[in-house]
Design a protein around this ligand. Structure first.
Ligand code: HEC
Length: 158
């Protein structure tokens, strides 16, 4: 190999190392996007059945679930994403079965915006919904925000 060729190779080598170092330094301070914090532990079958019920009963008229909340949404209902960290399946079943859900979870809203009673639904459907609600979880790093958001929606205070 001629001296000139060696020089060129060395130069290419140095450039690659320099560029890698610059790139590393640049990325070092950037926060890694931790992704969507919500997930469900539900089976596909349960998820399909529950989603059908949620659609049929229009739960999303008031609640957000797997979506960013529409800022024009008129009912300030708690979001259902991550709700499974706040109550267990038995609680959800009792809540959905209550003739007066506000006896379990007090409301600050006008009656027409409050959580309706789903006691009229067949027991099996209430179980499906309760089981699915309990499966809606949130990753640890986002937990506090979900708890805070629920509190401020329910009470109107921070
Ligand atoms: C008319 C609006 C409306 C509809 C429709 C509605 N909800 Fe609600 N829901 C609310 C409100 C508002 C609350 C908060 C308590 C209150 O103010 O009564 C609530 C509370 C809840 C809670 C407890 C949340 C918490 O923070 O502990 C769950 C779970 C829930 N709803 C599930 C459902 C499901 C499942 C459906 C459909 C089958 C549904 N909701 C339909 C308005 C609604």
């Amino acid at each position: 190999m001629k001296l000139g060729e060696k020089g060129i190779l060395a130069l290419i080598g140095i450039s690659i190392v320099t560029l890698s170092v610059i790139n590393y330094e640049r990325n070092k301070d950037q926060k890694v996007d931790p992704g969507i914090p919500f997930f469900s532990t539900s089976t596909e079958e349960l998820s399909r059945q529950a989603t059908d019920l949620i659609r049929r009963e229009n739960c999303r008229d008031c609640h957000s679930l797997w979506t960013i909340r529409d800022p024009l949404q008129s009912v300030p209902a708690p979001m259902l994403d991550g709700i499974g960290i706040l109550h267990d399946e038995d609680w959800f079943f009792r809540y959905l079965s209550a003739e007066n859900p506000q006896a379990i979870l007090p409301s600050r809203l006008k009656p027409q915006y409050r959580m309706p009673s789903y006691a009229r639904l067949p027991e099996q459907e209430r179980h499906t919904l309760a089981q699915y609600m309990a499966s809606l979880k949130v990753k640890e790093w986002y937990r506090d925000r979900v708890v805070k958001a629920e509190h401020s929606v329910l009470t109107g205070k921070d």
